[in-house]
Design a protein around this ligand. Sequence first.
Ligand code: G3P
Length: 224
Amino acid sequence: MKILLDTAHIEDIKKYNDIYDIAGVTSNPTILSREKKDFFPLIQEIRSIIPDKELHVQVTGNTCEEMLKEAKAITHAVGKETYIKVPTNEEGIKTIKQLKSSGYHVTATAIYMPQQAMLAATVGADYVAPYFNRMNNINVDSKKAIQEIAWLFEHYHCDTKILAASFKNTQQIMDAFLAGAHTVTASPELYTQMVENPMIDSAIAGFSQDWIHTYGNKKIYELI
Ligand code: G3P
């Protein structure tokens, strides 16, 4: 299981990279647009915070030719180990095939159907990114879709991994892992929500109260 941050917000990347064992950062044009910063300086700044971790950057072109040029420019700026995110339509499949034959790391994104994942895997995508919440929004059973993709990859001994994305709540993240996703990427706040709950706060307050009642304000290291 690996978790990534689906954000381009520098302060959040620094903060969450410090707290959690983040495997990397993903973004898309919508996420980048929220930061209102120039594209290359922004992805370079993100790269400088996570020099040895995964960085997934999406291309925006509509043709294979454009996407290949964008991939070249992105890897020139932030390194060849960067994952190029390519939307999985027919032009995208063609692009993924060519990028893989040139040695790029590739994430096939905008997956709404297992069929897209299957085709992306046949051309060697490193990751496929099924959109959990967006699938739900169009009445596609996201858990079932991920289960099917996971079954296909396992049954056919495929190296492609599932990087589930598009989450609106923490249960969706759990469901994606339970369905067989190897990795998820989510907005930082959702990771916080997983460990924030009034019951947790109340348990911690109870322990503190009992400690103070017996040992006063001294900490464990002061009692040795
Ligand atoms: O990075 C792609 C994916 O996370 C999209 O998420 O929230 O726009 O559905 P969302």
